[in-house]
Design a binder for this molecule. Sequence first.
Ligand code: ADP
Length: 189
Amino acid sequence: MLNFVLFGPPGAGKGTQSQKLIDQYQLIHISTGDIFREHIKNQTPLGQQVSALIADGQLVPDQITIAMLEEEVDSNPNAKGFIFDGFPRTVPQAQALDEFLESKGTGLAGVIALDVDQEELTRRIAQRQKETGRVDDQADKLQKRIEEYFSKTVHVLPYYEAQQKLSKVNGIGNVDDIFAELRTVIDNY
Ligand code: ADP
């Protein structure tokens, strides 16, 4: 199996690049943000449980997120591999993912962090808010998400660095150039 994590702050371009990576590698793309939004739209019990947190820009508790992720992996038994997008966002999630994949006799090939500076992130998300109207892209909610990123999520990077699994790719510039850089990393796995 080929499993890897696409990592980066809100607005780094994970969704855009994931779309291209799915076409290139025929992997299953698991975006925890997309799955949560789908549950909220369909008003499932899980959706009702997490909608206020997400609208406010807070992280969903680990236990809920990890259970959802595992269920999603388990529902794709014939996958060639997975692109994890938006997960893990905390060190306990990273540990849970390692243990879960190991229990299936597989693991992560690597973690690719898309590097984008703060100014560009703010610009992109303001643009996305205009296009999609995502409530958590509004300025005050975005601030909360950025705080969550720098207080919790950023610690995932040293976790993978210690395992020598971390690669950084410049996330600013032409979408196709960034994609080419990602492919170089992935083709070396
Ligand atoms: P972004 O555009 O910031 O990458 P996502 O679409 O991945 O955001 O996620 C939107 C929201 O869903 C997050 O702000 C958070 O509330 C929730 N969420 C998504 N993934 C996770 C996770 N792994 N752990 C906790 N909460 C999550």
